[in-house]
Design a protein around this ligand. Structure first.
Ligand code: 4AD
Ligand code: MG
Length: 460
């Protein structure tokens, strides 16, 4: 007989005559001639109650089942007289697969997120983390659905690259050289002897390669792991995270912003429709305003605000920010959160940023001071999407590369795309973890990645 999942059992209307269930014991309590065993199999938040009576041949063993133990249960389904559950299973046979040691760290009481981070290998077994990682999985599915439904092609851009897309120099270098004794020429490490014959690093973005495919296939997206060696100890930055990056040919900044807004609304609506019971846990235990925040995102048009106006609003706010606000300043999380949380109380798209704080590939506006960049900022998180229209004019792109110290020689292939059939095109990047944070109310990025990598921390 095929194993049934609790999720399917609970969502089907009719009782099945018999079921086979495999899972882990959450709790067990004994009555006179029965043992009540709460079982969870990870398929959904709900446990199912199994009733084992003392007629079962291994009843003495069953009474030793501790929290965390694994069992296989064959039984029949019945209406449950107990509160808070529709069904219960009367066991015909319980096979004990494993008895967990009784020093199992996840006993019934609630644990802090800080403690659970130290046992990242066990925390998906808790209600909250199970729900978070199921939601993460559903979001990934929804991301693919959004783009596939709209005719986008999924492109796998490389993880090992030779270029620094964002030009921020926050790269993890990849080498096979012997670090204790590297080959040297003129006193410097000679990377001609390295694995690829030159320096290589982990990608900070698949955008540049993605653009090459957009200029062939029209609309594309990349979706994969991304690495940044920024030494920022914040609750919103990880050294390894997942980013989805669509790139659209024949698309300007206004249309880029339309896509970004439609995309976020689609994802929020998707989890509200398809992940209701997991979401309810977050609304109850993590963020009491969660549903209101999500409903606002789905129902209201995002505010569109030029960067210069954002600066005026911040300057007139009367707030004491730790970072100064002036034209040319990079907006910090405190500024972004003030705008989206306090001032507008909804998502805001800021656009036309000064060129001095943005990468070389963004399209220069006619004022020669700003670029066609946009960031989507949302309550609680700040920036969730960063994107732009790309510079499609060869001469202006070359000038920007020279100004920002990006090598034309290394990017000969990128420049080629502006020589042969160059067209206006745009795209953006959405951080998957920040999206999970948005829909769960979880405030620390370490708690939405299975095994977080942050400065000074690579356990597991
Ligand atoms: O704004 P960013 O740096 O943009 C890019 O990388 C562009 N190449 C995207 C594009 O236009 N194709 O990053 C995009 C998003 C951010 O808005 C944020 O959500 C997320 O990626 N992000 C991070 N998430 C977690 N940890 C980090 N260290 C992150 N850095 C960026
Ligand atoms: Mg950004």
């Amino acid at each position: 007989m095929k194993r049934n999942k609790i999720k399917t059992i609970l969502s089907s209307e009719a009782a099945r005559p018999s079921v086979l269930l495999k899972g882990w014991v959450r709790t067990r309590r004994d009555a006179k001639t029965f043992s009540f065993i709460e079982i969870n199999d990870g398929s959904c938040l709900n446990n199912i109650q199994v009733i084992a009576d003392d007629q079962l041949e291994n009843y003495e063993q069953i009474k030793k089942l501790s929290t965390g133990s694994a069992v296989s249960v064959t039984g029949t389904m019945h209406d449950s007289p107990g509160k808070g559950q529709q069904w219960e299973i009367h066991a015909i046979k319980i096979e004990i697969i494993h008895i967990a040691q009784d020093d199992y760290p996840l006993q019934k009481k609630r644990h802090t997120d800080e403690f659970l981070r130290t046992i990242s290998h066990l925390r998906p077994r808790t209600n909250k983390y199970g729900a978070a990682f199921r939601l993460r999985s559903r979001l990934c599915f929804a991301i693919h659905q959004f783009f596939q439904d709209r005719g986008f092609t999924y492109v796998h851009t490389p993880i090992l690259t030779g270029s620094d897309c964002e030009g921020a120099g926050e790269l993890f270098q990849v080498t096979t050289l012997d670090m204790d004794n590297p080959p040297r020429t003129d006193g410097k490490t000679d990377y001609q002897h390295d694995f690829f014959g030159k320096t290589a690093n982990l990608t900070v973005s698949g955008q540049l390669e993605g653009e090459m495919f957009a200029l062939a296939l029209g609309d594309i997206y990349t979706f994969g792991p991304t690495f940044r060696a920024e030494n920022s100890h914040t609750s919103r930055h990880a050294s390894e995270f997942w980013m989805v990056e669509p790139e659209m040919a024949f698309c300007d900044l206004a249309e880029d912003m339309d896509y970004a807004e439609e995309f976020i609304k689609f994802l929020v609506d998707f989890v509200m429709t398809h992940c209701a019971s997991d979401l309810a846990l977050f609304a109850k235990f993590v963020d009491k305003n969660l549903m209101k925040t999500l409903e606002t995102i789905v129902s209201k048009n995002f505010i569109r605000l030029p960067y210069s106006e954002a600066i005026s609003i911040l300057n007139q706010s009367g707030k004491n920010f730790s970072y100064d606000v002036f034209f040319g300043a990079d907006l910090q999380t405190e500024h972004e959160r003030f705008l989206s949380e306090e001032h507008f109380k909804q998502p805001v798209i800021i656009y036309d940023y000064p060129k001095t704080i943005k990468p070389f590939y963004m399209r220069i506006n006619d004022d020669d001071q700003t670029v066609a960049a946009m960031d989507v900022i949302v309550p609680r998180i700040g920036e969730i999407i960063g994107g732009s229209q790309r510079e499609e004019r060869l001469d202006l792109l070359e000038t920007r590369m020279d100004e920002t110290g990006v090598s034309r020689q290394d990017h000969w292939w990128y420049l080629d795309s502006r020589r042969y059939g160059s067209v206006p095109h745009s795209g953006f990047g959405l951080g998957l973890e920040r999206m999970v944070m948005l829909v769960t109310g979880i405030t620390n990025i370490r708690d939405v990645i299975p095994f977080p990598r942050t400065p000074g921390s690579i356990e597991f």
